[in-house]
Design a protein around this ligand. Structure first.
Ligand SMILES: [Zn+2]
Length: 198
């Protein structure tokens, strides 16, 4: 009985992953237990370590093991540029495109009233405080070209402009509905280069 209840718990726990239903959770559990026990241990350890060590960077809100992340702490970054992205994955894409030397703010989501995601959930107040540090000269909105991403860019842009900040939006070299994460580096670099006043 005891063994089966921890199996049930594992299957139930795996269902917290996006898009994982009861059947695939069961398949994953069997796979980990029968075919890849070292992989399962590694996963468990990595998850515990990440949960224990990672927090949000005080400046950019991305994940960091330190109070301020390596990008924000770097003296080589241009303090006058602040790029707003939806997720740490988008920040990574921007870094890989090697088209940008400024700093970031990660919203950790996008406005989505239907899902109950409002301005507070995407830390708009923190972004405004961050952008008003006196060093930032331009805020570049690099949210996705989805309905949520566009609505977020609009809302955030208004709020920043109301405080006298210069706001630009990356160019529509990206397809409509396009998510930064799935765009190639060249296209993303071009979109940043061709950004225009929003
Ligand atoms: Zn940071």
């Amino acid at each position: 009985m005891k063994a089966s209840s921890s199996l049930d718990e594992l299957v139930a726990a795996l269902r917290c992953l996006p898009g994982v239903g009861p059947k695939s959770a069961q398949r994953m559990a069997y796979h980990l237990l029968q075919r890849d026990r070292p992989g399962a241990s590694r996963l468990a350890a990595a998850l515990a370590a990440a949960l224990g060590r990672l927090r949000h960077c005080e400046k950019c809100n991305s994940y960091s093991e330190e109070a301020v992340c390596a990008v924000c702490a770097s003296p080589r970054r241009d303090q006058a540029l602040l790029c707003v992205v939806e997720s740490p994955g988008d920040l990574l894409m921007m870094e890989q495109a090697q088209c940008y030397q400024g700093l970031y703010f990660v919203l950790m989501g996008a406005l989505s009233p239907l899902d109950g995601v409002g301005p507070r959930d995407i830390h708009v107040d923190r972004l405004i405080r961050r952008a008003a540090d006196g060093l930032v000269r331009e805020v570049i909105l690099a949210t996705n070209f989805t309905v949520e991403g566009e609505a977020t860019a609009h809302y955030v842009g208004e709020a920043l402009r109301a405080r006298g900040l210069k706001v630009t939006r990356i160019a529509r070299g990206l397809p409509v509905g396009g998510e930064l994460e799935y765009v190639d580096s060249g296209t993303l670099a071009q979109a940043v280069l061709e950004r225009r006043e929003a």
